[in-house]
Design a protein around this ligand. Structure first.
Ligand code: 4AD
Ligand code: MG
Length: 464
């Protein structure tokens, strides 16, 4: 038989079969009659208990046990028996122990005690060995898979959009430049920059969104999505922003804003349902240790429709609020995170879709409403941190789109291919972007976005 993962071992009957298990020691406890090693291999949250008889002094087993401290990698030979301890069906009655790699307690940074999340951020290469980060990684994995399942089950085609681009998909100018020019030499020489000599023959950047590219495939394949890394050079040092994050962007031809809202709601509910069903042990852990009431609050989202509100109504709600905000809510200014929290937590008590925002702070590609002031935008907001999804119906009318690009002072030439989609066989179409790490904040209850991605990138932070 192939060596089972510990998750698989937990599902076996305690029939006395002999087996070898491998993993890392989480705790060692020496009692009068036995030595207990709890090991974990990351396949699930629970540790497997391995029980040794107290070894004779000076024996090989005694020497091995002495080296098997927290963090050591081990192979344990024994038989699978029923466990008398509560909460676990099986344990290993151990007879052999090989310490594969020691983790000396004087220098190993992770000890048995609980460590702060701040401290663990400084040892991002070791933190996946903790319960919290193991659980985050497993939920992240399951959600990534569920995203593909959701779209594939509904006839969407997965499109790979480029990471290097010459056009600003959001028109917001928050892009990292990609260049092979020798900046230091250019600065010293005092010459200007000639992008004709740069790698791509023109300025190039890391993409802020795959949307514009995925729209081209939408206008041929109908239902498409992209799922990949995106980059934002905004100087936002918050618990909700990363400089490199993953985004899921579906785009559907002939869909109008209400269809887009329905798709977003169905999508979020599918992901929550999957997490509750398939990550139950990890979510229970987050509920106990990170965010009390998490499981119940996620479950309650499944039963009722998402609330809907226009931006104008949202501003009116905020104006009525007895709460004092740091930023006064005013028609024409973007909603702040404190406003989004108030609306979701105090007004609707769950997710909320806000639509029809003023054009001033939304992107150039959003469809103009007949009032000439607002656009067919939608943000999905959730309790605890606010925006989880941003999307819109797209402007499919060539004249309107050209006018917006010019009004905003963007360079029409870099969007010429995008404008062709409106010149040839244009259709109403809509899509949105779900921030993958925002989804994980929501599902795990973790408070800081830097703790739901393995290696966070943020201003002045590119370690590991
Ligand atoms: O609202 P955003 O900027 O929308 C777009 O990029 C559109 N092109 C999406 C589309 O319509 N296809 O970003 C979408 C989502 C946000 O709602 C948020 O969840 C996440 O991406 N996001 C970030 N997540 C982490 N760090 C950042 N700096 C983020 N900026 C946006
Ligand atoms: Mg947004």
């Amino acid at each position: 038989m192939k060596r089972p993962t510990l998750k698989e071992v937990f599902e076996l009957e305690p029939d006395g079969r002999s087996l070898v298990v491998k993993g890392w020691v989480r705790t060692k406890r020496e009692a009068k009659a036995a030595v207990f090693l709890e090991i974990n291999d990351g396949s699930r949250l629970a540790n497997l208990q391995c029980v040794f008889e107290v070894p004779q002094a000076g024996s090989a087993l005694a020497a091995a046990l002495a080296k098997a401290g927290t963090g050591a990698s081990v192979a344990i030979e024994g038989s699978l028996v029923a466990s008398p301890a509560s909460g676990q069906k099986v344990e290993v009655k151990a007879v052999g122990l090989e310490v594969i790699g020691e983790a000396p307690s004087e220098s190993y940074p992770l000890q048995k005690k609980a460590h702060s999340l701040e401290f663990l951020r400084e040892i991002a290469h070791l933190r996946p060995r903790t319960n919290t980060f193991g659980a985050v990684a497993r939920v992240r994995n399951r959600m990534a898979y569920a995203i593909h399942q959701f779209f594939q089950e509904r006839g969407f085609q997965y499109v790979h959009t480029p990471l290097i681009t010459a056009s600003d998909a959001e028109g917001a100018g928050a892009m990292f430049q990609v260049t092979t020019l020798d900046l230091e030499r250019l600065a010293k020489s005092g010459q200007g920059v000639d992008y004709g000599k740069d790698f791509f023959g023109k300025p190039a950047f890391l993409t802020v969104s795959g949307q514009l590219n995925v729209e081209t495939y939408c206008q041929a394949l109908g239902r498409v999505y992209t799922f990949g890394p995106t980059f934002r050079a905004e100087n936002s040092n918050t618990t909700r922003h990363l400089s490199e994050f993953w985004m899921i962007e579906p785009e559907v031809a002939f869909n109008e804003l209400p269809d887009n809202m329905d798709l977003a709601e169905e999508f979020i509910k599918y992901l929550l349902k999957t997490a509750l069903a398939d990550c139950a042990e990890d979510l229970e852990f987050f509920d106990q240790r990170i965010q009390k009431g998490l499981v119940e609050s996620l479950g309650s989202v499944l039963d009722k429709p998402f609330a809907h509100m226009t931006y104008t109504d949202a501003i009116a709600e905020l104006a009525k609020s007895p709460e004092k905000f740091e930023f006064e809510p005013r028609w024409g200014s973007d909603l702040q995170s404190e406003h989004e929290k108030y609306l979701t937590e105090k007004v609707v008590g769950g997710p909320l879709i806000v639509t029809d925002y003023p054009k001033e702070f939304k992107s150039f590609y959003m469809k103009m409403n007949d009032d000439g002031k607002t656009v067919r935008a939608m943000d999905v907001l959730v309790p605890r941190f606010g925006e989880i999804i941003g999307g819109s119906e797209r402007e499919e009318r060539l004249d309107n789109l050209l006018r917006r690009i010019e009004e905003l002072g963007l360079d029409t030439s870099t969007y010429s291919w995008y404008l062709d989609l409106r010149r040839f066989g244009t259709t109403p179409h809509s899509g949105f972007g779900l921030g993958f790490e925002r989804l994980l904040l929501y599902v795990t209850g973790m408070a800081n976005i830097r703790d739901v991605i393995p290696f966070p990138r943020a201003p002045k932070l590119a370690d590991f």
